[in-house]
Design a protein around this ligand. Structure first.
Ligand code: C5P
Length: 313
């Protein structure tokens, strides 16, 4: 009731969040998914998997503690909701897809740690299926591939739980799903993967670089992965929209990405690529410089419409 001391875990979580406000993910919106989806067979039974959600929850907390606004889209788990994180509870793969599509509209990164069921019953029975004398055959269909089909201008990170050919299989998934990074874990090891507090993972990037991390807590794995996400967001992709008159702006939280950029920038626009050289007059491509520069762009390229995306590289 009122006046009762908050849970210690929540107090620590809130402190970490406050201390991390100016961390390296400040101003970023990170979407994390967690848990194993549940695909109903009838009103009381479902198909699911052994995911505990621990990796995803650790990621959500780590991103929060580095200053990010975090949305955690979670299938059912037995874990408490982390404080300072927007939590969206979902059940099925279809619900997870809907939630992910909604919340990634304005996000900087999507990290899919959820174990999404690959199959679901073609039809969930309306009433509880009665026990019969013979066996029961369920017809299954594929669930939507959320990570492989979600669209948007954010960094996509996937997980690959593998029991053989770890690196090759993970690499294939990275390519297939158009990911920036994939985290492969060997689920045959007892101290790693499903349900444990520790994980031993290999992180693979788009260039094929492989980093095999030793066994460590899921929280440490989360931070090592976020280090890479930070690196990626610094080196690439900022999206700006030419808004309705009279202002030209860019999404909140993206400003820090503009600083300390020199040399030539390439604008990938709705009308093709436009190359712009660094202008010493603006000193740096800080928010003010970029804003002036987008005005220049609009004046010189009137064919760009309000709402068109402009990408700085
Ligand atoms: O293809 P596979 O299921 O091994 O890929 C794993 C990655 O893809 C994970 O990041 C998982 O969250 C995501 N995934 C998905 N939708 C599915 C299946 C997996 O987003 N239907």
């Amino acid at each position: 009731g009122l006046g009762r001391l908050a849970d210690i875990k929540d107090i620590i979580g809130s402190i970490c969040q406050v201390l991390g406000r100016s961390g390296d993910l400040a101003g970023k919106h990170i979407v994390v998914t967690a848990g194993g989806t549940q695909e109903p067979i009838d009103p009381v039974r479902y198909l699911s998997n052994r995911s505990s959600g621990k990796m995803g929850y650790a990621l959500a907390e780590a991103a929060r503690d580095r200053g990010a606004k975090v949305t955690l889209v979670t299938a059912p788990t037995s874990l408490p909701e982390p404080v300072g994180v927007d939590v969206i509870q979902v059940g099925t793969a279809q619900e997870m897809r809907q939630a992910v599509e909604n919340v990634t509209l304005r996000s900087d990164a999507l990290i899919m740690a959820a174990a999404v069921a690959d199959y679901r019953p073609l039809k969930a029975a309306k009433d509880k299926i009665k026990k019969g004398k013979t066996g029961l055959t369920l017809e299954l269909e594929c669930t939507p591939d959320i990570l492989g089909t979600v669209k948007g201008n954010f960094i996509k990170v996937g997980f690959a739980a593998e029991s053989s050919n770890l690196v090759e299989n993970a690499r294939e998934k990275l390519k297939q799903k158009g990911l920036a990074l994939i985290v492969a874990n060997d689920i045959t090891a007892g101290d790693s993967g499903f349900g444990t507090d520790t994980n031993r993972v290999t992180i693979i990037d788009r260039e094929g670089k492989i980093e095999s991390l030793p066994l460590m807590s899921k929280r440490k794995v989360a931070d090592r992965l976020l280090d890479k996400v930070v690196g990626l967001s610094e080196e690439t992709i900022v999206y700006c929209s030419l808004r309705e008159e009279p202002r030209i702006g860019f999404s909140k939280g993206q400003e820090p990405l503009f600083s300390k950029r020199k040399g030539t920038l390439i604008l990938e626009t709705a009308i093709g690529n436009i190359t712009v050289s660094y202008n010493p007059k603006y000193d740096e491509f800080g928010p003010r410089g970029v804003s002036k520069w987008l005005k220049w762009l609009k004046k010189n390229h009137p064919e760009l419409k309000a709402g068109d995306k402009v990408r700085l590289q």
